[in-house]
Design a protein around this ligand. Sequence first.
Ligand code: ZN
Ligand code: ZN
Length: 361
Amino acid sequence: MPHEVRGVIARGKGAEVSVETVVVPDPGPGEALVRVQACGVCHTDLHYREGGINDEFPFLLGHEAAGVVEEVGPGVAEVEPGDFVILNWRAVCGQCRACLRGRPWYCFATHNAAQKMTLADGTELSPALGIGAFADKTLVAAGQCTKVDPAASPAAAGLLGCGVMAGLGAALNTAAVGRGDSVAVIGCGGVGCAAVAGARLAGAGTIIAVDLDDRKLEWARGFGATHTVNATGADPVAAIQGLTGGNGADVVIEAVGRPETYQQAFYARDLAGTVVLVGVPTPEMRLDLPLLDVFGRGGALKSSWYGDCLPSRDFPMLIDLYLRNRLDLDGFVTETIALDQVEEAFAKMHRGEVLRSVVVW
Ligand SMILES: [Zn+2]
Ligand SMILES: [Zn+2]
């Protein structure tokens, strides 16, 4: 029998979100019904509401979530009712050209639930990133559920589902930061702070956090930044060079997604160093760089999709590090809120007051 639950709906471009009744079908083949315990508020949810992702309104928002599997459909073997899981938006297919080449973290044909959740009047919903977890229960593909140690706090664990994984993975997977490397991170919101935490976890030596907001730089220090640069009053390229013997950092992670900050990352890196773009640009942005500098400075210019993570590999490992006090996931949870406070949380996020507001059931 379908389940009637509460969910946070974005009905139209720029309109305030509202809590409405959502009808969630019983899981079909390959699907799982998850009782959500916590779901973080991410910039991507706001982008959906602003119409910045696509026009497929109404959206059921929420995608940084952890919960408990309540029911599974036919043929599901990877999880069972009662499992504590983190939801992901990379349920790999195993058959696309990336998966067949042994690079499933790039999977080009990831799975979502086949059935649609709807409003009470039958209107089909588009779940954010194929998850839709600002809801008491949600329906996903079973592969979107990654079982982890239930000793973890749901609020902290859920954040691995998106932004925190993106930042950690930018450092650990995409940049493959090595012991003793110097790392600079430009932009210290949730993703940037997670990149700082990832650099520390990897054993980086100097970790330089760059932002325009002292509050964010203070957060970055808490996650392991050894130096901070407020770019309001300083040239970040010169500052990073000054903190790295005049050379620039081995790795610069750009967690803003703007041409200006990408250029800073490009020039703040040592010769043959690595730039990782994990900030998400908008369609009209253009990059203008002398091609000779691209050649002459060598190294690697990479983009990081979802931290190039493989949920089945990375989530349980990171939760174990968290439970052994080596990764401060709790530090990303600035506040916990109720389901009807998502709109307020968007405003706080927009003002830069929070790393993450997390809806907790
Ligand atoms: Zn695939
Ligand atoms: Zn997100």
